[in-house]
Write a protein that binds this ligand. Structure first.
Ligand code: NAD
Length: 246
């Protein structure tokens, strides 16, 4: 029996990068998958790939995770289609790059909306609809702990995600729902190489410090599974040790 057989997992931002790798890994371990992301074509392409290669049922849904009503709709469609909602992987994320004094309130709302409130909205739905044994896995970043210039809202959102994880783990205990967070370091996805701090050399990355989306997906699958049944409130760095170096 596969580790996640009989489970239904919603993966936000599951159409690319770490989210797609996580959707594929959860599918390979037997879970039915809902990909909730942006860009209809990319969602459908990702859903088709997971269906074809991992041979599980997949529902692809367009969703702006920053909007609570859109998140509610995803969970409603998930329950209609599969009758249950067991795993939430809050992975959708985006970054803006500006000096602190140039960020507008709308910029802050946009980044916090996706990188923090998306997880808040899914946590609420998880608490309302998951059965005992449910698991939430948030995808933060090592930017929650250390950061670089120009990404203040992103770093703040990721740091707040650690705090959200603690609150959810405490309040989830009586519901039988666990909540953990992974902190990826540099991972080989579009988001990494599009980062102007990396393009400009302001943030230096040793190629040895760059991990694969599958490295994060493995941690996500573990935390989502019953192998982690006694693990909640944990923040797990997946950075190849990058943060420990002087
Ligand atoms: N790549 C890295 O080095 C790295 C490091 C640390 C943390 N992370 C985090 O990993 C997560 C995934 O990033 P990635 O590197 O795979 O990049 P990515 O750009 O491939 O993935 C981001 C995904 O989020 C989706 N998304 C963006 N805004 C959304 C919204 N409003 N609603 C729904 N979906 C939305 C995008 O469609 C995309 O699929 C992010 O939370 C990111 O902050 C990435």
């Amino acid at each position: 029996m596969k580790r996640l057989e009989g489970k239904v997992a919603v993966v936000t931002g599951g159409s690319s990068g770490i989210g797609l790798a996580s959707a594929r890994r959860l599918a390979a371990e037997g879970a039915k998958i809902v990909i909730a992301s942006q860009n209809k074509e990319r969602i459908e392409a990702a859903a088709e790939r997971v269906r074809r290669e991992d041979k599980v049922e997949v529902l692809g849904l367009e969703c702006d995770v920053s909007r609570e009503e859109a998140v509610v709709a995803v969970v409603e469609r998930t329950l209609e289609r599969f009758g249950q909602f067991d795993i939430a992987v809050n992975n959708a994320g985006m970054m803006l790059f500006k000096k602190l004094e140039e960020y507008t309130p709308a910029d802050w709302e946009r980044v916090l909306g996706v990188d923090l409130m998306g997880s808040v909205h899914f946590t609420k739905q998880a608490f309302l609809h998951m059965r005992r044994g449910g698991a939430i896995v948030n995808v933060a970043s090592i930017h929650a702990l250390v950061t670089s210039p120009l990404v203040a809202p992103y770093a703040a959102a990721k740091a707040a995600t650690l705090s959200l994880t603690r609150s959810a783990s405490i309040e989830g205990r009586e519901k039988g729902i666990r909540c953990n967070v992974v902190l990826p370091g540099a991972i080989d996805t579009g988001m990494l190489w599009d980062n102007p701090n990396i393009k400009s050399g302001a943030e230096k990355i040793d190629p040895k410090d760059v991990g694969k989306p599958e490295d994060v997906a493995a941690a996500v699958a573990f935390l989502a599974s019953d192998d982690a049944a006694f693990i909640t409130g944990t923040a797990l760095r997946v950075d190849g040790g990058r943060l420990d170096k002087l």
